[in-house]
Design a protein around this ligand. Structure first.
Ligand code: HEC
Length: 205
């Protein structure tokens, strides 16, 4: 997920140039496309271009792992550390969770407001309430999540762990690994769990 948009831009630019290159079409590798399209020298940003083992494996199979590779990736991610909120309370405040789900703010190059809370952008991929018409469909609808599954300890823990690191459950998922990659804090993830399981939340109306 990390460099999909940049890779597409790079590929489009290079293919565009190559097509006037009189038959000498050169289709760049993903690495070439990224290297030529992301010009920033900010070390923190450039570090995001470095793939970890999970991303490398998923790139190699173009996000379509066979069963053995999928199991390997999921096992690898299951052994990675999950940090829980202080006090161990995995269900926070659904109202705060709703604000986090709606916000796509964060992780921008040259950000001048570093203290502004990063969002989860969950609506970009998931339906989360019946009234909201503008949501993405890359991920499954989560409407009625708590109504359908309840809020047992097992469901709450699964939901927290899933948001923390989606690939521990579904290899090469398009869903960002929000906790694992330090995008959201444990408290924010607990608020999102509340959004999904709390009977009063718009998800369960
Ligand atoms: C870029 C797209 C994308 C974003 C953003 C995203 N997800 Fe997902 N999510 C997916 C996809 C795809 C799946 C299905 C594959 C999988 O399970 O990983 C999924 C699965 C899930 C599941 C598991 C559903 C089930 O049936 O068990 C939960 C829970 C979830 N997402 C919650 C969230 C929350 C909360 C956020 C915001 C913090 C979020 N997602 C942001 C793409 C996304």
């Amino acid at each position: 997920m990390k460099y999909t948009a940049a890779a597409f831009t790079g590929v489009a630019l290079l293919v565009g140039c190559a097509s006037i290159d009189d038959g000498q079409r050169h289709f760049p590798t993903a690495d070439e496309a990224i290297a030529t399209s992301w010009k920033t020298t900010d070390p923190a940003w450039r570090q995001r271009l470095v793939q970890d083992d999970t991303q490398k494996l998923c790139s190699q199979v173009r996000d379509r792992p066979d069963k053995a590779t999928a199991e390997r990736i999921e096992k690898m991610n299951q052994t990675m550390k999950v940090v829980y909120p202080e006090g161990g309370k995995l269900v926070g405040d659904w109202k705060r969770g709703e604000a986090i789900a709606q916000s796509g703010y964060g992780l921008r190059v040259g950000d001048t407001t570093p203290n502004r809370a990063i969002g989860g952008n969950c609506y970009a991929c998931h339906q989360l309430q019946a009234k909201e018409l503008s949501y993405g469909t890359l991920g499954p609808s989560l409407l009625g999540y708590g109504k359908l599954r309840g809020r047992s300890d097992a469901i709450v823990k699964y939901t927290y762990d899933k948001i923390w690191n989606a690939q521990a459950f579904s290899a090469c998922s398009n869903m960002p690994r929000f906790g694992h990659n330090g995008i959201l804090t444990p408290a924010q993830i607990a608020d999102l769990v509340a959004l999904l399981v709390d009977p009063a939340s718009p998800v369960n109306q």
